[in-house]
Write a protein that binds this ligand. Structure first.
Ligand SMILES: C[S@@+](CC[C@H](N)C(=O)[O-])C[C@H]1O[C@@H](n2cnc3c(N)ncnc32)[C@H](O)[C@@H]1O
Length: 224
């Protein structure tokens, strides 16, 4: 599915989010409070926008994804940068190809909702992080405020899949998006999964009226 949507992915991302994704990624990168030169993993990196946002904050980024067409598109963007380019790597979130404690921080943006086993992916992220390392995760959510919830659900269930069908030859991927968001743990439920998988001080922050959540936490020393 991701290989199929890759060529139109950036265009649709900016269109369907009204270009708000740029500020969401910036907020996520800023939440890591990186020291310069910190080793950062951006997992489920897609076309590389989150990796580049982290690079801007001074991180040395390894950007992993299991979809090679996504990695190829990301690589084209990285080449436009002179120094500290993110390094792309084929990586499955469920079995990361890194030793323990390899990174000082990690980001995952709009990726964890898609992995087959959320807890396993979080346990893997915890394993490759230094104790005390920060993690920042972006995911879609359903707004809690009633006045926004109804129009948002209409946009999400009806307008967004229709736009996806018009612009992408893989329109079914955009029908999958609403159902995958509605079934995914949000806010306190997601924070609970983070705690269960070894992260401490996990928090959820609503962005853009609660249509997106930024989850942050710290890799605890004890492990899951
Ligand atoms: C919705 S895209 C998000 C891409 C990017 N992080 C962004 O913010 O635009 C989800 C990405 O997760 C990747 N992905 C899904 N399951 C994965 C897994 N098990 N291991 C690695 N990558 C995975 C897909 O290939 C896809 O590129």
């Amino acid at each position: 599915m991701f290989a199929g949507v890759a060529p139109r992915y950036d265009f649709l991302n900016h269109l369907l989010s009204g270009a708000l994704d740029v500020s969401w990624r910036r907020r996520s990168a800023a939440a890591l409070n990186l020291p310069r030169g910190a080793r950062v993993l951006d997992l489920c990196c897609g076309t590389g926008d989150q990796a580049l946002a982290v690079r801007k904050r001074g991180g040395n980024v390894i950007a992993g994804d299991f979809c090679l067409p996504m990695l190829a598109l990301a690589e084209r963007k990285y080449r436009r940068h002179e120094s500290r380019r993110p390094r792309g790597l084929a990586a499955d979130a469920l079995g990361l190809p890194f030793g323990d404690r390899r990174f000082d921080a990690a980001t995952v943006s709009f990726g964890l909702r898609n992995v087959a086993d959320l807890e396993q992916a979080l346990r893997e992220l915890h394993r490759v992080l230094e104790p005390g390392a920060r993690i920042a995760i972006l995911e879609f959510a359903v707004p809690e405020a009633a006045w926004l919830r109804t129009p948002y659900l209409f946009y999400f269930r009806r307008v967004l899949p229709a736009l996806g069908r018009m612009v992408s030859s893989r329109g079914s991927a955009y029908a999958y998006l609403p159902s995958s968001v509605l079934e995914f743990p949000q806010r306190a439920d997601f924070v609970e999964v983070m705690h269960r998988t070894g992260f401490t001080a996990a928090q959820s922050r609503d962005l853009t009226g609660g249509t997106v959540c930024l989850y942050t936490g710290t890799a605890g020393g004890a492990g899951p």
